[in-house]
Design a protein around this ligand. Structure first.
Ligand code: ADP
Length: 163
């Protein structure tokens, strides 16, 4: 069975993330979306909220699981016995950071952990969680970035009604 996991902050999940999830789920037999519990970042949504959003958004995909993890990615990979990491590439600017991460994880795991990159569909290439938050903080329109139920939750965080 071909297994992979897709780690990230997903704060919040966007259509760009969903696009990568759907495509990875069609390539692998089992995909775990792994929400990183990063103590260094102050997220808009708690880990539990992010996991719940992802579960709701992927409920039609039977081979997708959602969970959270903290600590080193390679330790998590060993624990899960899942050695393929999925990451999305939007633009050349993502590349340097992602390449460094992929090589670090390969080195740290003695070559056990490999990273597979999926390039984003062009229509979502401009999307990022941080721009969603910035637009929403000014009560701007985020309907083209996230599903409606997510938009509602994001606006709530900023004390706004749904646009
Ligand atoms: P991180 O903080 O780990 O970078 P993100 O939640 O921002 O977490 O992103 C997780 C992964 O999803 C990364 O590989 C990132 O490049 C990818 N990603 C983010 N936005 C998009 C998008 N619009 N299209 C495709 N991939 C994306």
């Amino acid at each position: 069975m071909k297994k992979a996991f897709y780690p990230g902050s997903f704060d919040p999940m966007t259509y760009g993330h969903l696009d990568i999830i759907r495509r990875a789920a069609s390539i692998f037999d089992e995909l775990t979306v792994s929400v990183l519990n990063n103590k260094l970042k102050t997220p808009l949504f708690s880990v539990e909220e992010r996991v719940n959003i992802l579960k709701e958004a992927t409920k039609d995909l039977p081979n997708v699981k959602v969970e959270s993890f903290s600590g080193l990615l390679v330790d998590y990979a060993r624990e899960k016995e899942t050695y393929v990491v999925i990451r999305g590439l939007r633009a050349i600017t993502d590349f340097e950071y992602e390449l460094q991460n992929a090589q670090t994880n390969a080195k740290l795991s003695g070559g056990l952990v490999d990273t597979v990159f999926l390039t984003t569909s062009l229509e979502y290439a401009y999307l990022s969680s941080s721009s969603v938050k910035e637009i929403a903080s000014f009560h701007g329109d985020i309907s083209m970035c996230v599903p409606e139920f997510v938009a509602k939750l994001v606006y709530e965080k900023y004390g706004y009604e749904m646009k």
